[in-house]
Write a protein that binds this ligand. Structure first.
Ligand SMILES: Nc1ncnc2c1ncn2[C@@H]1O[C@H](COP(=O)(O)OP(=O)(O)OP(=O)(O)O)[C@@H](O)[C@H]1O
Ligand SMILES: [Mg+2]
Length: 430
């Protein structure tokens, strides 16, 4: 039994899908046309919108309720086009409504195809849509890439928006009731607010803070600090890059609960986008390099007083270098590339292997499993060994993978053997 709540409380019936009623209804009507043996004019739907709002859940719930098999493919997990053509293409050509096999083909992360260099994937998908005899449900977070225009034209477009706070709270309350957990409205409010309409993250946060307890009060909210920190650091970066003086830039870091090395990495990783002029950029890099010398000494020799020099150089130095601003708004990005580089390659392998296993169970791509689920599962496992064991069993993790998730280090030899390629498709009876 899955003890991961997002999966345990995935809607079993369409009526349980919270919010976005119009799109839900439109999907049901579109499916009904297939059921009636009159395929709709558009053979594919494209469910699009932000993470964790019920896109995948709607398709799975419908299939379960109406006795469909789901052929599930994550576009971002395909490595070769011919494979996807053979899996999706073949299933899509079998007439589905002969009373024996009812099938929905679910192609997730369609936006991932647009990002790829070769246009083969899009052409292949277009062909599948044109020829299909089976309902095709496509899913994307952002379907507006120009390269996807020909796909969009062929799809019934169904938008999914962030859920309302009241919708998130109501669902969390149902879960609390079912788990026999006593929780104050204030906690549910806080969870809903933080989630910004992403029910997956709200449920994950909820499970993480309860930590197996049956009474949950406001104190546990402190645990949620981390994600707020990301917001804090975005604000700080904005201040640093936009500061008009060294003093103002330096003030940006006051009261920030993030360590200085972290701030450094964020500055470094965001500088190229934020400082478009090459000369400005060179100056900023010079400042960061000098700050790095101090930071290295702080770390190696514990010479804390050197922080006094490092901070103004890295903040003020960057601020005064930036004489030209980028045209238009440039988002600050989480420095995933650098962070990933800092992980050892073995650690990356273990994470990937774990993520692939999580993805296999939770209807996600490996990349999404890594971003949306792994931190939570790791949090739960490291705080509650009993629960960790159950999770390891459920996800079929090796002992060393569990050890890693529970906060241990990577065990050298085993890690490599554990890394296994992701399963790309699954067929399940629903
Ligand atoms: N509208 C909803 N109604 C009920 N539960 C939901 C809803 N949206 C999300 N959830 C919960 O969050 C989990 C993840 O939702 P789902 O997989 O449907 O998100 P998604 O919209 O497909 O997100 P992504 O774009 O990241 O794939 C579900 O298993 C369920 O527990
Ligand atoms: Mg999804």
């Amino acid at each position: 039994m899955a003890e991961i709540w997002v999966e345990k409380y995935r809607p079993k019936r369409v009526a349980e899908v919270v919010g976005n009623k119009q799109s839900v209804q439109a999907f049901v009507e579109w499916m009904r046309k297939w059921e009636l043996g009159k395929p709709p004019e558009k053979k594919a739907v494209l469910l699009y919108g932000p993470a964790g709002v019920g896109k995948t859940s709607l398709v799975l719930a419908y299939a379960r309720e109406h006795g469909y098999d789901v052929v599930e493919v994550n576009a971002s997990d395909w490595r070769d086009e011919s494979r996807m053509k053979s899996i999706v293409g073949e299933s899509s050509l079998q007439a589905t409504l002969d009373g024996t096999t009812k099938k929905i083909i679910l192609i997730d992360e369609v936006d991932g195809i647009a990002g790829r260099e070769d246009a083969g994937g899009i052409a292949a998908l277009r062909k599948i849509i044109d020829e299909t005899r089976t309902p095709l449900a496509l899913i994307a977070n952002n379907p507006w890439d120009p390269k996807l225009a020909s796909i969009r034209d062929r799809c019934l477009m169904l938008e999914f928006r962030r859920l309302r706070k009241s919708e998130v709270i109501a669902r969390l309350r149902e879960i609390a009731k079912s788990e026999g957990i006593q929780v104050s409205d204030k906690v549910l409010q806080a969870l809903a607010e933080r989630s910004e309409g992403d029910l997956r993250s709200a449920i994950n946060d909820f499970q993480a803070i309860t930590g197996g307890r049956k009474v949950v009060d406001e104190k546990v909210l402190e645990v949620l600090g981390t994600r707020n920190r990301v917001k804090q650091i975005f604000d700080a970066l904005r201040m640093v890059f936009n500061a008009k003086s060294i003093r103002a830039a330096r003030a940006a870091l006051e009261g920030l609960e993030v360590d200085l090395d972290m701030v450094y990495v964020w500055l470094l990783d965001n500088a190229p986008q934020q400082i478009p002029d090459p000369e400005d950029f060179a100056d900023a890099m010079e400042a960061l390099a000098r700050a790095d010398v101090f930071l290295a000494r702080v770390n190696k020799k514990q010479q804390w007083r050197l922080i006094r020099y490092a901070v103004p150089i890295m903040t003020g130095g960057v601020a005064v270098s930036r004489r030209h601003k980028p045209s238009g708004f440039v988002k600050f990005a989480f420095p995933s590339r650098i962070r990933l580089m800092q992980q050892t390659s073995r650690e990356r392998e273990v994470r990937k292997s774990i993520a692939a296993k999580i993805a296999g169970k939770l209807h996600l791509s490996t990349a999404k499993a890594m971003a949306h689920m792994l931190p939570y599962i790791s949090f739960i496992a490291s705080n509650n060994p009993e629960e960790g064991k159950k999770l390891a069993e459920y996800f079929e993790l090796t002992a060393s993978e569990l050890a890693y998730l529970s906060g241990g280090k990577v065990e050298k030899e085993k890690a490599k053997a554990a890394a296994k390629p992701a399963r790309r498709t699954r067929r399940r009876r629903r």
